[in-house]
Write a protein that binds this ligand. Sequence first.
Ligand SMILES: NC(=O)c1ccc[n+]([C@@H]2O[C@H](COP(=O)([O-])OP(=O)(O)OC[C@H]3O[C@@H](n4cnc5c(N)ncnc54)[C@H](OP(=O)(O)O)[C@@H]3O)[C@@H](O)[C@H]2O)c1
Length: 254
Amino acid sequence: MPVALVTGANRGIGLEVCRQLAARGYRVLLAARDPIQADLAAHTIAGNVHPLVLDVTDAASIARAGADAVERFGRVDVLVNNAAILVDENSELFDISIDAFRASMETNVLGAIAVCQAFVPGMIERRFGRVVNVSSRAGQLATMSDYAPAYSISKAALNAFTRQLAAAANGTGVLVNSACPGWVRTDMGGSNAPRSVAQGADTIVWLAAAEEPAGRSGRFWHDRRERPTHYAGRTREDAADRRALWEACEALTA
Ligand SMILES: NC(=O)c1ccc[n+]([C@@H]2O[C@H](COP(=O)([O-])OP(=O)(O)OC[C@H]3O[C@@H](n4cnc5c(N)ncnc54)[C@H](OP(=O)(O)O)[C@@H]3O)[C@@H](O)[C@H]2O)c1
């Protein structure tokens, strides 16, 4: 059975992703920065679930988690970069300290990059892997406004990293995508959010399990549908599709 590692999984969407992956039969490494929280959370889930200590902002912690995962399970096939912080939801750009920007980038972007640097080379070597970066529509440049500047900028950067990693892993059997769970009832989303954690985890697990999306990599998804991260207009792929359709019609009517 594939081995899946989920960061920031002691609560919220990450915990639910672990639950859904375990229900599908995955061996799950439930990673959290606090060992007691990791242990407690792992015990709430039925199936093959194992706590792992991993602080995504701490290089030594990532190295230890990598060694621990390989020693106990031999490999990691699926990586869900879920850990994140939202420290500036009700703040305005000019009022946010540079430290808040730095902390957001360190956890939400550099954390995911460092964890990928630890685990993705092994996937590439084995010619199989799935990486899901848990992002947000707040990071879509096409619609970005003034909501939570540090968080939104960090998620835009995470989407950019998704493109870079997908390109670096192109043709290796490792698919890399990012997904927005929607507005979800968690500590981060608050109690007024319309979605349950089960709904929020759905697309993430769908990408992680990757029966779909038919080999697609470097994309941004919401509700199992691909969404534009930057420009909502026509893309080069659209133009190629239109040309192919035109040629097929011409061939049929010739
Ligand atoms: N909820 C929403 O409406 C919503 C919407 C769009 C996107 N998202 C995204 O969905 C993901 C999960 O969000 P959530 O709502 O479940 O958030 P949450 O309830 O606040 O949980 C965040 C998780 O990240 C962990 N974390 C924070 N810093 C960490 C670090 N340095 N190392 C390891 N773990 C760390 C937290 O651990 P501790 O318990 O130790 O703090 C916690 O387990 C995030 O990427 C978020 O941006 C959420």
